[in-house]
Design a protein around this ligand. Structure first.
Ligand code: EPU
Length: 425
């Protein structure tokens, strides 16, 4: 079992290049199911989640060649299965993104239900209700959702909460449906826009991307395209916060600063010096102690839930008291207990964490419970005095490309070590 050993207290200096966005790559991989022919995707991040998704597509009969330079060549002409097995969906919830494209292209899909998750219940009822409104017949059997439709038809669909993958699934399905689909209270995340832009390149008629009303006029056929995955705003935000946790000065390159507007406003309020350079780089500098700021997670363009755990590290060593409220997922405070092991003063009350900044954290062994919690613990290790051993690093590898190497290159004392599997009981 891999762990990360971090010797804290070293300031960071240098440049980190951001990889393609995991949460854009997954739906874009899924969109290749919608058209026959050769797709070329570049800037595909080398991540465990991407490997699992590629494995799922191969199960369905899709040919995928991954080249050295983060390029994927994909051809779904030989698509010959409509089933996403439990074994793969269990390992990654985003596998549900094949549901819409499979029903739209093949007229049927059998996709395992994802089940529970470390950060919340995360149901997929919006995906299912949307497909039903589009004329699909759905049945739940033996843990699978089975969907059938000779041809989906356009519908008016309202999301009770703007769901990212829900919007993506239904937008993809609507591209091959007959007639007009209107998605209301749709997600506005840059990853949804990136998928929509790819679908438009493929010939889809889509309006309203980046707003809460997306209108799609379906067509019979789409064509394969070349597509570059947008930079990962959550990875970029995580490294901005790494500079905040460790101190020093970093340049984050290959990012889209606009996607980080709200995050940068919070970090500036917390006392970090931030400067946008050349439209795709941000320079971040920390001198002295940070200010406490309150944070509330919201759908985009609000503060992202995927950076909540990381900003908590900054608040854990900031000057005063901060209230961090999580409104998206009901159980996304698993990192709190681990941060407390490092000496953080945090109390959870319902959906808020009350964080009283301490002068410094102290290194200890900690256990990562999910992807973003693991990034938070790495940042905490950078900020802490002494040695922090982060266990459960497989979570990190799902969504951060070579995080340990990227941090080591800018001066962090971090290394991957093998540890005997030990059960705390
Ligand atoms: N929801 C429902 N029913 C549904 C779908 C969602 O009640 O059918 C609720 C969820 O339980 C949650 C809220 O709606 O309370 C929003 O969830 P959403 O559907 O937007 O989340 P998601 O699409 O499953 C994506 C990202 C997550 C990210 C969230 C929120 C991907 C592959 N995953 O998940 O990323 O946290 O949006 O921004 O895009 C991560 O990368 O670490 C991660 C968890």
């Amino acid at each position: 079992m891999d762990c990360l050993e971090i010797k804290g207290g070293r300031t960071l200096s240098g440049t980190i290049r951001i990889s393609g966005a995991k949460n854009a790559a997954l739906p874009i991989l899924s969109a290749t199911l919608l058209a026959e022919g050769a797709f070329r995707l570049s800037e595909v991040p080398s991540l465990e989640d991407v490997r699992i998704f590629a494995e799922l597509l191969r199960e369905l009969g899709v040919e995928i060649k991954s080249l050295e330079d983060s390029t994927f060549l994909i051809d779904s002409s030989k698509l010959n299965s409509h089933e996403a097995p439990y074994e793969l969906v269990r390992r990654m919830r985003a596998s549900v993104l094949v549901l819409g494209p499979l029903v739209a292209r093949l007229g049927r899909a059998r996709v395992s239900l994802p089940g529970g998750c470390a950060i919340g219940a995360r149901p997929i009822d919006f995906h299912l209700k949307g497909l039903e409104l589009m004329g699909a017949k759905l049945e739940i059997r033996q843990g699978f959702v089975e969907a059938r439709a000779r041809r989906l038809r356009g519908a008016q669909i309202y999301f009770d909460i703007p769901s990212v993958t829900g919007t993506e699934n239904l937008m993809m399905a609507a591209c091959l449906a007959k007639g007009k689909t209107v998605l209301e209270n749709a997600a506005r995340e840059p990853e949804v826009v990136a998928l929509g832009n790819m679908l438009k390149e493929m010939g889809a008629d889509i309006h309203g991307l980046g707003t809460d009303t997306i209108i799609i006029h379906g067509s019979r056929h789409l064509r394969p395209v070349t597509c570059t995955i947008i930079p990962d705003r959550i990875e970029a935000g995580t490294y901005l916060m790494a500079a905040g946790a460790a101190g020093g000065e970093l340049t984050i390159e290959n990012c889209v600063p606009e996607h980080l507007d709200t995050v940068m406003l919070k970090l500036k309020a917390a006392g970090l010096k931030l400067k946008i350079i050349d439209s795709d780089k941000i320079r971040v500098r920390r001198r002295g102690r940070l200010n406490s700021v309150d944070v509330k997670t919201q759908p985009y363009p609000g503060f992202p839930t995927d950076l909540q755990a990381q900003i908590m590290v900054l608040m854990a060593v900031a000057g005063k008291l901060s209230v961090i409220t999580e409104t998206i997922f009901e159980n996304r405070f698993m990192h709190v207990a681990e941060l407390k092991r490092l000496g953080a003063d945090i109390r959870v009350e319902g959906r808020s964490a009350i964080v009283r900044g301490v002068k410094h954290l102290n290194g200890a062994p900690v256990m990562a419970t999910d992807l973003r919690a693991s990034a938070c613990l790495v940042l905490a290790g950078l900020a802490a005095k002494g040695t922090t051993l982060v266990q459960g690093v497989h979570h990190l590898d799902r969504g951060y490309e070579r995080m340990d190497e990227k941090l080591a290159q800018v001066g962090a004392r971090i290394r991957r070590v093998k540890m005997q599997d030990s059960d705390p009981g």
